[in-house]
Design a binder for this molecule. Structure first.
Ligand code: SAH
Length: 245
């Protein structure tokens, strides 16, 4: 069954030029993802079709009006059901691969894209969660919404060509991915690690696991701390970092 994704935005034209390529393009073409873009301006009532106004209490910038947003949500609900409503927001829960995996099991997601200085805070009573892409500020929620759609779409059955290629990748097992190489075997004196040319699958598996552990230890030690390492993992890591297993 298709994942239904609704998006509410003042820039509905941003989506198809980006999502039409690669895996998201395939997910849309195969109807694995059913995407509906709602133009927020269609749910305004004044003659200027306003979606924002000045903030109570003063200050710079504009704040998105709650009424067009809740009207858009009701219109979506009337046609496709309520869905799981997510507001893109730097104040939200930072997105992780494990959350992406959970979200990929929802039948219907509704993504709200903020603009200007953000949204009237009362919107929180009408949504289920706020999602952040990280600790930086973008000019709008459209790119974050597309990031959410992209990350989810590639996990859905029938989108990835090789169903295994998700299994080893970064964060899937709590670690960063091991280094990958392709032809040529020697590039300007930089040889591909010989184990990868050995044909010994068990050695390759151990080397990849070891590199995954090492890379995570070097670059994202906090990820390792959250993990329960097996005896083999501890041995592999100790052998390459000199740490006591
Ligand atoms: N003044 C707000 C930022 C508004 S940015 C603040 O300080 O929190 C405008 C819109 O861009 C937001 O409403 C949100 O939808 C989107 N946005 C910006 N940064 C984001 C991030 N890191 N993650 C998710 N959405 C973001």
């Amino acid at each position: 069954m298709a994942l239904i994704v609704d998006v509410v935005s003042i820039f509905p034209g941003m989506f198809s030029p980006v999502l039409g390529f690669g895996m998201t393009g395939r997910a849309l073409a195969k109807s694995v993802v059913e995407l509906h873009i709602t133009d927020l301006r269609a749910h305004t009532t004044d003659k200027h079709r306003s979606t924002d106004d000045t903030p109570y209490g003063g200050g710079s910038g504009m704040v998105m009006l709650i009424e067009p947003l809740t009207r858009a949500l009701s219109a979506i609900e009337a046609v496709r059901g309520r869905g799981h409503r997510m507001l893109m927001s730097p104040a939200g829960r930072p997105l992780t691969q494990s959350r992406v995996r959970e979200l990929s099991r929802f039948p219907h997601l509704v993504l709200l894209c903020g603009r200007y200085e953000g949204v009237d805070d009362r919107i929180l009573d009408y949504i289920d969660e706020e999602v952040s892409l990280g600790d930086f500020v973008l000019s709008g929620g459209e790119l974050p919404a597309m990031v959410v759609i992209d990350a989810i779409a590639r996990l859905l059955p029938g989108v990835l060509h090789n169903e295994n290629s998700c299994e080893d990748e970064s964060f899937q097992n709590g670690l960063l991915e091991y280094p990958q190489y392709t032809r040529p075997a020697d590039f300007e004196g930089r040889a591909v690690p010989s184990v990868l040319l050995s044909g010994n699958h068990e050695q390759i598996r151990r080397w990849r696991r070891q590199m995954s552990l090492l890379r995570t230890w070097q670059r994202r030690p906090e990820l390792l701390q959250q993990m329960e390492l097996s005896a083999e993992d501890r041995g592999l890591l100790a052998a390459t970092t000199g740490r006591i297993a």
